[in-house]
Write a protein that binds this ligand. Sequence first.
Ligand SMILES: Cc1ncc(COP(=O)(O)O)c(C=O)c1O
Length: 450
Amino acid sequence: MDGSVLGINPDAAPNNLDPYWMPFTWNRQFKKDPMLLVRAEGIHYTSVEGRQILDGTAGLWCVNAGHRRERIVRAVQQTVEHLDYAPSFQVGHPLPFELAQRVLQLLPGGYDHVFFCNSGSEAVDSALKIALAYHRVRGDAARTRLIGRARGYHGTGFGGISVGGIVKNRMFWGPLLNGVDHLPDTHDLAHNAFTRGMPEHGAHFADELEKICALHDPSTIAAVIVEPVAGSTGVLIPPKGYLQRLREICDRHGILLIFDEVITGFGRLGTGFATEYFGVEPDLITCAKGLTNGTIPMGGVIARRGIYDAFMDWADATGNTIELFHGYTYTGHPVAAAAGLATLEVYKEEGLFQRCAELAPYWEEQLHGLKGTRHVIDLRNLGLIAGIELEPRPGAPGKRAYEAFRRAFDAGLLIRVTGDIVALSPPLIVDKPDIDRMFETVRDVLQQID
Ligand SMILES: Cc1ncc(COP(=O)(O)O)c(C=O)c1O
């Protein structure tokens, strides 16, 4: 790359790391001993030292088609030269309209509109707002409560952290949203450790929703939001029947069900979305990440038939012209929408969702070959997702996994750790030798560390 455009050499380490306040990072450790990535191609990064690093995590669960795909790069380049920006309120440009149609083609027939935003966090906040407003425009304004789940991750907006279930992401920010309650998480090592795929035990965790309904009266509850597979809190696979049961309870009480598919959308389980994989249709689906292959930030909320119409009916009945008082300067940004269109073409042309489904059994087999490896107390998988739970060091939770992360990076593999759980979610273009290398590296690293 010609660094003169930037006025710096993008392949060199910056001379001062200090001014940048890094997100969700041990800043001082990083700045003492940085791990800098400067290039990417296929399923590899190149570090600033020129080392090849196998991308075991598709970046942050987003680069599903692998890095620097030519079609996506060209779409971004050509679009920015053609239309760098257009306002998104009261005027439009063609690309998000096209993209919305293509996204809907990846879903069962019951979905008919897509709202765009810029990230998973915004998608979650948008979905929660749409859910609340939906009840209100239908004259059911008492439905204001939102139900999330312990160990849920829904990004870092105030809505997302309120329904989320990670204490450190919540405890610093005061009372958060009012009227939020939480389901228990579904993690049950005692019954389900080393399960391949979906655990048999645990559909009953969904029944807690009935108890929450009884406590608050269901007529006060607007929506329940869950990740179909919880990723960021350590790969929690839903027990068989659990999501169906949540759907039934929501239906019984007129509550909207939201699936946060920010990581499960766009092929991660071998289907377009997890809703198809599990055969459970929520009312709203959030997405981001794989929508543009991580190339340009973009998120979205997909609405089931009837939701958009409720807003149109309300506007007609009340004489409003704007039907939804929500949006962003960059909603449907042309460059992001172009990246999205090109990304969906790559997924389709290369059959990447199918490829994921075909590789999943091999992935499962190789992962479960780690059983008996030092420190490993559970192995979990679905699609091309793996969770490796480690026994925490006494009095030092998270330290063992962090050390594994650092050593894996030095050994040429990028993994992701949450607490003492290692998560792997490679680009869907991964092949069997890459998979072997990933699990061999993890095994070696775990044997080396205390
Ligand atoms: C399920 C889920 N929801 C929301 C988000 C937030 O997305 P973003 O970081 O793009 O705001 C994430 C990010 O990992 C996620 O995994």
